[in-house]
Design a protein around this ligand. Structure first.
Ligand code: PLP
Length: 413
């Protein structure tokens, strides 16, 4: 089955009560039992069933199964946000004294979380590129995992997943890939050796900008060393599934960042069009990037799908040539960047990506307001940088809109 067919006819797509083609929204906190004995069995994980929505909910499970199938995982755990998913994914493995190696062109919030973890005794060492030559010298006896974004937001560096996974595995470490901006339409990181995939499903997976959520997909193939990951040792009888069992039955429940059933439903509805949306969004981004890079007064158009991008060859090999929906450019000054943004007719000024409509933002004064200068530059964020998240409009209209906005801004000194 190809991708778009799988979205609608995969194993995880079921028929529900009365022949409904989408699952009902089980908008309840608690589930009723026929007997106290049956309730005990579910609490002991000896019987299938739902007890309490923070622990499990049928609408949320329906979403988890669909994204798990698309990524080719062994199990998925949905969370209340992408940040909740990243927090759970990391804390599921780490304890004070441990170290992470992470790419530096990460989502600003993720860099912020890694900074927060310092106060819990967990240190992150950053590499500018997710390349073996940069990663290997930083690995020591305290390193526990390697983390990077498949397409960095907003730096737009592309990770060679196979190479990063080989480097991690050579040292007995798992690779966690944030694939938010790539989505399974572009690449399935687990199939290239990543061990754990996370998404902010608030973005392309939901697709309509109408529900915050995140998800962790576990490949279930990493051979956990329980001396190195003592937090998993209580789950050692599950072997390679120990990680996801801990997340599902222990830490995930206790941290409490569960996905709301109504948001899981919105994600399922949105996901069914993920393939065609991504195809359209990537085409729009590629065309817009091509046009912007020709316009006078616009500098450093960054889009991994451009022929001039150092990532073009990797993109063709790893992602079927699709470069994602985000591009950035520099306007020459903050004032000009603001002018261009204010002059746009269709693109909306909003701090999100992966919406149906095209969005723009000035990351330096918003998303990266709390980051250091070095962190900003590593993420390709300068005073005059504008980030565009392409939507589903007609490319000709987007091109015309940006062209007129840029022309108007030229009149500004
Ligand atoms: C948005 C985003 C996150 C955080 O997700 P939320 O759903 O906003 O919590 C994490 N990683 C990347 C790459 C993102 O774009």
């Amino acid at each position: 089955m190809n991708f778009n067919t799988k979205l609608l006819h995969g194993r995880a797509v079921k028929t529900y009560t009365d022949g409904a083609t989408l699952p009902p929204v089980s908008q309840v906190n608690a589930f009723r039992f026929e007997s106290a004995r049956q309730q005990e069995a579910v609490f002991r994980h000896r019987a299938m069933g739902f007890a309490y929505t923070r622990v499990g909910n049928p609408t949320v499970v329906a979403f988890e199964q669909r994204i798990n199938e698309l990524e080719g995982g062994a199990g998925a755990i949905a969370c209340s946000s992408g940040m909740a998913a990243l927090t759970l994914a990391l804390l599921g493995l780490l304890q004070a004294g441990d170290e992470i190696i992470a790419g530096s062109s990460l989502y600003g919030g993720s860099i912020g979380l890694l900074d927060d973890l310092k106060h819990f005794g967990i240190k992150t060492r950053f590499v500018r590129h997710m390349e073996p030559e940069e990663i290997e010298p930083l690995i020591n006896e305290k390193t526990r995992l390697i983390f990077g974004e498949v397409i960095g937001n907003p730096g737009l560096d592309v990770m060679d997943i196979q190479k990063a996974a080989q480097t991690a595995h050579a040292h007995g470490l798992p690779l966690i890939a944030d694939s938010t901006t790539a989505t399974p339409r572009l690449v399935r990181p687990l199939s290239l050796g990543a061990d754990i995939v996370i998404h902010s499903s608030s973005k392309y997976i939901n697709g309509g900008g109408n529900a915050i959520s995140g998800v962790i997909i576990d490949g279930g193939s990493f051979s956990w060393d329980f001396d190195r990951f003592p937090a998993l040792s209580a789950f050692s009888r599950y072997g390679p599934m120990a990680y996801q069992v801990r997340l599902r039955t222990d830490l995930g429940e206790n941290l409490g960042g569960c996905l709301a059933p109504a948001n899981a439903f919105m994600n399922i509805v949105g996901m069914e069009t993920l393939g065609i949306r991504m195809e359209r969004i990537c085409e729009n981004a590629a065309r817009l990037a091509g046009t912007l890079s020709q316009l006078p007064g616009i500098y450093d158009v960054n889009y991994p799908g451009l022929k001039t991008s150092p990532y073009k060859e990797l993109l063709d090999r790893q992602m079927g040539g699709l470069g994602g929906g985000i591009l950035t450019f520099r306007a020459g000054s903050k004032e000009k960047a603001y002018q261009i943004m204010d002059n746009l007719r269709y693109a909306v000024i909003a701090s999100n990506i992966g919406d149906v409509r095209t969005l723009v933002i000035h990351p330096h004064s918003t998303l990266f307001i709390n980051n250091t200068q070095e962190q900003r530059e590593n993420a390709g964020v300068y005073e005059d940088t504008v980030r565009i998240s392409c939507g589903l409009e007609d490319a000709d209209d987007l091109i015309e809109d940006f062209t007129q906005a840029i022309e108007k801004s030229r009149r500004v000194i």
